[in-house]
Design a protein around this ligand. Structure first.
Ligand code: AMP
Length: 145
């Protein structure tokens, strides 16, 4: 999908937000949901999405929604660092399929990195074990302030 197009309310993240599809949740409030990526590029790879906006990408989103979303990206990223002690953290966000976007509901990736562990390719990580994701989500959630 290019940068232009209509929001599809059957996309997987919209279904997760509505409770119609499963997710391993880390943090949630009235506006934002953070959950584990099921095809993680590294241990602890997670996503933060708006629960209220129909934005497909960063270019679409209402500025006030973006401010709240990015504030919570920082909150969750700090918790990932506190819980997992990575050497670095990649924060990514893709706009349009030519840029690598595959789910057209605005989301931000939080991807912890360790010096001695290569990053798996975007969407190339293979599906994760749900029980292992639940352990990680609990560790991260315990550090959210
Ligand atoms: P993007 O390619 O930037 O649109 O990112 C979409 C991300 O969503 C990828 O990293 C996928 O691994 C991840 N993903 C796809 N389906 C699910 C799902 N059901 N639950 C959690 N993460 C998902």
């Amino acid at each position: 999908m290019s940068l232009d197009g209509a929001y599809d309310d059957q996309n997987i993240f919209a279904r997760i937000v509505r409770g119609e599809a499963p997710a391993v949740k880390i943090y949630e409030d009235h506006a934002v949901l953070a959950f584990m990526d099921v095809f993680p590029q590294s241990r602890g790879h997670c996503l933060v999405v708006s629960k209220t906006s129909r934005a497909r990408n960063l270019l679409d989103v209402e500025p006030e929604v973006l401010c709240k979303l990015m504030t919570d990206v920082q909150r969750v990223a700090r918790a990932v660092v506190a819980a997992l002690n990575p050497d670095g953290v990649v924060i990514t966000q893709f706009n349009g399929s030519p840029a690598g976007q595959t789910v057209f509901h605005l989301h931000v990736h939080i991807i912890p990195r360790w010096i001695d562990q290569p990053l798996k390719g975007h969407g190339q990580g293979g599906i994760a074990d749900v029980d292992a994701l639940k352990v990680l989500a609990e560790q991260i959630a315990a550090k959210i302030s």
